[in-house]
Design a protein around this ligand. Structure first.
Ligand SMILES: C[S@@+](CC[C@H](N)C(=O)[O-])C[C@H]1O[C@@H](n2cnc3c(N)ncnc32)[C@H](O)[C@@H]1O
Length: 278
């Protein structure tokens, strides 16, 4: 007999993330649907979609995940693209939403599958997309961010996996980090320039040593990269998502070419996180 899928357990920080995504997606879909001058077709892409539901760590209650929230938004998006690597999660999502003609579900690595989906949302074809990039760790490749940044038709929310990065790559002694972990970070960052940002050389009597810098210097450098290298026009400071001990688990980035989108995302971040008040 087939084993029933056990939903992932999520903490309060993930519930906040889900609310932020929902609020932004609602505003985005409303604004685009109300445009009268040029009729745009707007699409929702969830590249690390999950099963569609989770259980909360606090009560065990089943809650909707980001793809189901997106399907419930009114006015609706015109099409939905959901990707996940895990076949049991994809099956659960397909059982729930796969029969709809506006829903397209892909089982596989989003670094591969997105290359098939992104050409469907070109700016010149009056297409626009909101793309959610929400991995648990360093699973996204920079080339995808670079491709999206150049398109001008796609805005993103990106989970910057600080905990995975701190645990596995930005160790106190970088020399002790394996080649495999360095490669994961290079693939995510796009090159190895993170090393100079994440470590500074301190002098001592024995020729100096490398000292780790802060989460903030790393994320600020990544924010600038999204603008200067990937080419997104607006990238506000990300929102720090904190766990029970107040340590940052990940940063939620938003990037767009649209000034109105930036304003709305900043307002939402500000409402949820006093860290983002300027
Ligand atoms: C944080 S969960 C997504 C949660 C979902 N966005 C939500 O809020 O409901 C991350 C998901 O990414 C999937 N995943 C991991 N690596 C992947 C990859 N390379 N491509 C696509 N999905 C992947 C995992 O199976 C997992 O379901």
């Amino acid at each position: 007999m087939e084993k029933e899928l056990e939903y992932d357990f999520i903490g309060p920080w993930s519930e906040i993330k889900l609310e932020i995504l929902k609020k932004y997606a609602k505003a985005y879909s409303t604004i685009i649907s109300n445009q009268t001058k040029v009729k745009l077709k707007h699409v929702y892409i969830d590249a690390f979609a999950g099963a569609g539901h989770h259980r909360t760590k606090e009560t065990g209650e089943v809650v909707d995940g980001s793809p189901i929230n997106a399907l419930n938004i009114k006015p609706s998006f015109q099409e939905y693209y959901f990707i996940d690597l895990n076949s049991a999660k994809i099956k659960a999502l397909s059982d729930e939403a796969g029969k709809r003609s506006d829903v397209h579900i892909y089982e596989g690595d989003c670094n591969v599958e997105l290359k098939k989906i992104l050409p469907k949302v070109e700016y010149a074809d009056f297409k626009r997309a909101l793309c959610i990039l929400d991995p648990y760790g360093l699973h996204l490749k920079w080339e995808i961010l670079q491709q999206i940044g150049q398109m001008k038709s796609v805005e993103i929310f990106l989970n910057f996996p600080m905990m995975d990065i701190n645990r596995n790559v930005l160790r106190r002694k970088i020399d002790s980090v394996s080649e495999e972990q360095i490669k994961r970070m290079n693939d995510f960052w796009g090159d190895n320039s993170w090393r100079e940002i994440a470590y500074k050389r301190e002098p001592d009597l024995f020729g100096g040593y490398e000292e780790k810098t802060s989460n903030e210097s790393v994320t600020e450098a990544f924010r600038k990269r999204l603008q200067d290298v990937a080419g997104f026009r607006y990238v506000p400071r990300p929102m720090a998502m904190r766990g029970p001990t107040n340590a940052v688990l990940y940063y939620l980035f938003f990037a767009t070419h649209n000034s109105n989108g930036e304003k709305i995302a900043k307002d939402i971040f500000r409402k949820y996180n006093s860290d983002n008040r300027r």
